[in-house]
Design a protein. Sequence first.
Length: 647
Amino acid sequence: MNKQGNRCLLWTALLSCLLGTSLAQAQGEDKSRLKQREVYDKAQALIDKNDIAGYQALRPLIADYPLTPYIDNRVFSLQLKDKSVAQVNTFIESNQSFPFSYRIRAPYLDRLAQQKRWRELLEFQTTYPNGERYQCLYHVAQLKTGNKEAAYKGAEKLWKSGESVSDACDPLFSAWNKAGFRADEHIIERMTYAYQSRNGSLIKYLNKQLKTSTGKSQGKQVASLFASPKTVTSFINESFPAPYKARLIEAAFRKLARSDSEQAYSLWPSLESNSNMSADSKQSMAEYLAMRFINTESPSEAKWRDSVLVKSVNDTNIERRARLAIQEVDWQGLSAWIARLSEAKKQSSRWQYWLARTEIALGNPSGGEQRLQSLVGDRNFYSAAAAIYLQHSIVYPISQVVIDMETLAPYKTSLIRIGELIDRDKIAAAKSEWRYLLSRVSKEEKTMLAAYAGQQRWHHFTVVATISAKMWDTMNLRFPLAHRWWFDFYAKELNMDSVMLMSLARQESAMDVEARSPVGARGVMQIMPATAKYTAKKHKIPYKNSQELYRVGKNIQIGSHYLNELLGNYEDNRIFAFAAYNAGPNRVKRWRQRSDEQLDVFAFIETIPFKETRGYVQNILMFQTYYRDRLGVSGDFLTPDELNRRY
């Protein structure tokens, strides 16, 4: 048995002991557990061969094994087509502590629909379902059981989409159409939604469905406007149903602004003077174009942009304009734009910091320093920035959690099961169980679960629980010393800071060795396969395929080499290296060219245009502070070179 398995069984024994079971009894249970694992694996192999009878013969031997409900669920799912509504409801009810209990609903609905058991589908689905496909099936069931009025209302609701609707709605839409309820007006309305969703293929499809001459004429107008949004000025004067015309004008103008902002700018006066559009709609359109000119070099465009944004109540747009003022080192302008933010946004630590900087720059150092002093002591990047400016130590609130096993007693079975899943390397199932458990408990219980996970060295699970419980001050749990041996090993090999590596991994994956991002980055340091291949080849690291990135040692080896390479490219400047790790070196090159060494380090970070990358850099710098404090090691928040150079 491996070390992880030994550790899991020891912790299981401890949990049993703390929750009222004797240690001797727990040790006896551990020996039985090893045998049950063997039987469980045999049972899974029998099910792989569709030998249900063989599984049933072994089932009594693993009746109290923590993972047996998973194999029961597998067998039940294989037999789902033969189950009655009552049987499925009973299964769900008896397995409510498992995340799979509700996952069986979707496949059972699919089965009922495939078997055309429409009355049973409605009997089973007593509330309006989530998910477009199952909403379609629900209304089809209403249609097939004679409730046409409700079915057609559902059809009209689902029809109003700018995207393709699930194929499950085809019989519903067909019946709705044949019954004479789908008029050309419905098609034109949906073409409007499709335009707003930038869905040209749906516009073409819908255009072919129109029946009347009026409808066909209107469909042609929409299709032409989509093909050539610059014709929006003539479309304004054309006859078109009022409810949809304003939406199409705005969608067309936005489309033109994306493809040719200069032409959109030239057409704006004629659109602005149109009396048929509301003031709110005009402001929305103008702001959309104004944001396309956020970095314009044209004085006239910049003047127009600001004349639009000065009327804005959109904090996101005003913040972007404020960042432009930071980029241009325009302290007077920055003060004015901060003043236009909503009160809540203005009072945020971010903008209080920059308001203090403007006060200092504009000749009110005492006021600015007093404002900075009010930020010191909080747990965020701007508090740290204020402390550095004032030459104070970086301090922040810290709290500890004392575990109370009585609070966890109701979840003993779930915790033992999660531990067994982790030990059996069924990490996806364990994560699912953990999230499901957290969703069903109070904040106090989440806090205890976070402490328990930390005690178990379930690093990623600990972080997830602290986030769920908003335990922002519990630094020992939020920042586990995960995979420290690997970080220390490659830091020493490459003469790097292991705290930096650990902090980057904490930001990238929350220490999840099996993490995979929507774009394909993998593992604890979230490495893209192409980056891994390039880095491994360049540094002669043995590497077979992207699956190796889920091996924590290999992932940290490749990630460390890649980050070290970036640091070498940027003269050990972490700001550039972290930004490049997240957004790519080419973007960092553009941002540096734009700032042209006119900014200090805090201004450069603030003007990173990507919210994700901006937060990424700030977080890792803070995480290094937290980890250094946890480990009792010294280090600068920013090195003298990082702090004093121009960006």
